[in-house]
Design a protein around this ligand. Structure first.
Ligand code: CU
Length: 124
């Protein structure tokens, strides 16, 4: 291997350890249904490896529907205490979503992923 190849490999290693999936324990709580045109609260609980709440993190969540575009569904999450971060989602459509979760905790950047599904609120 030449020096350049070694450099690339060590960068990949740094990247992989930087994105380790064991850093945080995520729990995403979403309602079962939503009312179109209204903001829907979603809640994310972040715990560290010791099960302690992660405080003071910068968290954003980007919602995706597979194979569809609903514009930019990115939310800045507000910390409400005890490792809980909440955001307001504007759903346009029922179905299966992937939440891409971006966490910056004391400069440690991490990405997680959660799936959920939601339906229209039938009570209207
Ligand atoms: Cu859709």
């Amino acid at each position: 291997m030449n020096k350049f190849t070694i450099l690339i490999f060590s960068l990949i290693m740094v990247f992989m350890t930087g994105c380790s999936s064991t850093n945080f324990d995520l729990k995403l709580t979403t309602p079962k249904s939503f009312t179109p045109g209204q903001a829907t609260p979603i809640q994310l609980t972040i715990l560290d490896q010791d099960g302690k709440p992660v405080k003071g993190a910068k968290v954003s969540v980007q919602l995706d529907m597979q194979g569809m575009s609903h514009g930019d569904m990115t939310m800045k999450m507000q910390e409400t205490g005890n490792g809980v971060y909440t955001g307001q989602a504007k759903f346009e459509m029922e179905g299966d979503y992937t939440a891409n979760i971006y966490i910056d905790s004391n400069g440690e950047k991490w990405k997680g992923e959660k799936r959920f599904s939601i339906v229209y609120n039938k009570a209207q």
